[in-house]
Ligand binder design. Structure first.
Ligand SMILES: Nc1nc2c(ncn2[C@@H]2O[C@H](COP(=O)(O)OP(=O)(O)OP(=O)(O)O)[C@@H](O)[C@H]2O)c(=O)[nH]1
Ligand SMILES: [Mg+2]
Length: 256
């Protein structure tokens, strides 16, 4: 079933990370000026009056070798991106927490996104890696690099390999190295055409990680909003409404 996602910002408050109201929550995923890193079993510690539900999702990052999958995982976690390309030799996971405020009832939720980053050459070499990346996956980020036309042309293969039209996995496309616009190999027109054909949103990222939430908020919010919407639909709610978290998504058993 192909679900048409709602217009951006109709379910969550997309500018919430800029409001005073979000400060207390965002301070839990930051220490000093840096983003806090979370291990597999760690979570932000909230005082009782801020206690909120956490919803957990698995996100697979797909794309040609060198497009910047490992870099995107670092960027979303607020860590400096690697300067050099070191092929990822297997699967690496990164946990990102992101607080979101629902429009409907003003409820705050922590999204726990476990990013699965697998080196493309390892993925091709070892047959068991792709199935474990795809297993119970909630969302896939399909990456291409603005400086590598072949990676853009490879998107349809990536999409066919990791998903099928009837699944209800959230799918987003991310164009990396947007900072290297002098060397761009993929035009705005190409991107627009792709969006028309595939109906998938395309995000642009690039440059050094400067810290702060502004640069990652659009992508994290879009991901959170679609994941939440997908869950509400799967619950059979006609409208994504005030569904309680326990109904919508029973916390999963620990999945490393
Ligand atoms: N200028 C610029 N360079 C980037 C960006 N993202 C990634 N890079 C560079 O691209 C190179 C490859 O990035 P990786 O993240 O290691 O690539 P990967 O997709 O994980 O590659 P595999 O693990 O081999 O599949 C590195 O040298 C990064 O510094 C970006 O947004 N801007
Ligand atoms: Mg990598």
């Amino acid at each position: 079933m192909m679900i048409q996602p709602p217009p951006p910002g109709s379910i969550i408050q997309i500018d919430w990370h800029r409001s005073a109201d979000s400060k207390e929550y965002l301070s839990r995923i930051r220490s000093k000026k840096q983003r806090r890193r979370f291990g597999l079993l760690e979570a932000p510690v909230l005082p009782p009056h801020l206690s909120v539900d956490t919803v957990r999702y698995k996100v697979f990052i797909s794309g040609k070798s060198g497009v910047g999958k490992t870099s995107l995982a670092a960027r979303l976690a607020g860590v400096d991106i690697p300067n050099m390309h070191y092929e990822t030799t297997g699967i690496e996971t990164t946990v990102v927490f992101w607080p979101v405020k629902l429009r409907e009832n003003g409820q705050v939720l922590f999204f726990r996104l476990q990013l699965w980053d697998c080196g493309e050459n390892a993925l091709r070499r070892f047959d068991h890696l792709l199935p474990s990346c795809k297993e119970q996956v909630d969302a896939i980020l399909f990456l291409f690099s603005f400086t590598d036309r072949a990676s853009f042309e490879d998107l349809s293969n990536q999409i066919a390999r990791a998903s099928d039209p009837s699944d209800n996995i959230v799918k987003l496309v991310v164009g990396t190295k947007f900072d290297l616009f002098m060397h761009t190999d993929v035009t705005e027109r190409d991107v627009r055409k792709f969006q028309e054909v595939w109906g998938l949103p395309v995000f642009r990222v690039g440059g050094d990680v400067v810290g702060g939430f502004g640069e990652v908020a659009p992508l994290l919010n879009a991901l959170a909003e679609r994941l939440w919407y997908q869950d509400c639909m799967a619950m059979g709610a006609a409208q994504p409404g005030p569904v309680t978290v326990t109904e919508a998504r029973v916390p999963l058993p620990f999945r490393p």
